[in-house]
Ligand binder design. Structure first.
Ligand SMILES: [Zn+2]
Ligand SMILES: [Zn+2]
Length: 278
């Protein structure tokens, strides 16, 4: 991915407000530009964090922001519909999430005890429906409930993305049927992820996004290191190999899919020339 390479990638899900990335932001932005990662979506996980996420998008033209409260976050401010709608109306906030259900860390509770998570998720889906903006969905060991709530609260009017997808083909089919995109992370490159590679091979390219979920889940060959958006081309490369396509086709399709889903203007040739002049 050299400097003369015209490929442009988008990281559809990263956490640049987290300390390990915020602390080295200038280097991260420079690495993104060098790797052809033209845009990244900074994902919010608490209302307390929102201002920092939003500031990134206000200060850097290649970054956008979301508002939402992650299902794993307990002891944080519980978002009301109004909290979400107010923030999503601000400039450069283009989606609602991340939100969803996570039954992986029950900490001794049953799924029945997680009604608070389902209620929080419903508030996010309602906000996405009212705002007409895409939803960034996190689901882990909770696919059936996630799909049921999306169908019930979304009323066929909510679109978005199942991020960092690790579920089965049946779940992917159900998500696609609801009108959602599927986003693949560095997990796609992990040695033990053959089942996920089989799903990715099957998902139509026009419904695929790519992401880092950085600072976590760095793709091979950086596995175990701090991840950052400049590594998203490695996810694209893996997806391209699975689909028997050149990486340029996957870069172009996932960038276009992202722009269409989040309502962003396509990057113009002048921007590309600017990048090449760097
Ligand atoms: Zn997540
Ligand atoms: Zn995330």
């Amino acid at each position: 991915m050299g400097t003369l390479n015209p490929l442009r990638f988008v990281d559809s899900h990263c956490h640049l407000s987290f300390p390990e990335l915020q602390a080295q932001l200038p280097q991260v932005l420079q690495a993104m530009a060098a790797a052809g990662v033209a845009r990244a979506l900074c994902i919010c996980t608490t209302l307390e964090e929102f201002e920092a996420v939003h500031a990134l998008a206000l200060q850097h033209p290649q970054l956008w922001a979301t508002v939402g409260v992650h299902p794993d976050n307990e002891g944080v401010r519980e978002p009301t519909l109004q909290d979400l709608l107010e923030r999503v109306a601000l400039p450069r906030v283009v989606g609602i999430g991340e939100t969803g259900l996570d039954y992986f860390r029950l900490n001794g509770r049953s799924t029945g005890d997680m009604a608070w998570q389902r209620q929080r998720f419903r508030v996010h889906v309602r906000a996405a429906r009212q705002a007409g903006l895409p939803l960034i969905v996190h689901t882990r060991e909770a696919a059936a409930d996630t799909l049921a709530i999306l169908a019930e609260e979304g009323q066929g009017q909510v679109r978005g993305v199942f991020h960092c997808f690790t579920e089965t083909q049946a779940v992917a089919e159900a998500a696609l049927a609801l009108g959602f995109h599927i986003s693949f992370s560095g997990i796609l490159t992990f040695r033990n992820a053959q089942a996920l590679r089989d799903v990715a091979t099957w998902v139509p390219l026009e419904r695929c996004l790519i992401e880092t979920d950085s600072p976590y889940l760095a793709p091979v060959p950086y596995r175990g290191k701090t991840n950052n958006p400049s590594y998203v081309p490695w996810v694209a490369q893996q997806l391209a190999a699975l689909k028997g396509l050149p990486v340029s086709a996957v870069a172009a399709a996932t960038t276009r899919n992202f722009e269409q889903l989040f309502g962003l203007k396509p990057l113009h040739d002048s921007v590309e020339n600017d990048h090449e002049a760097l």
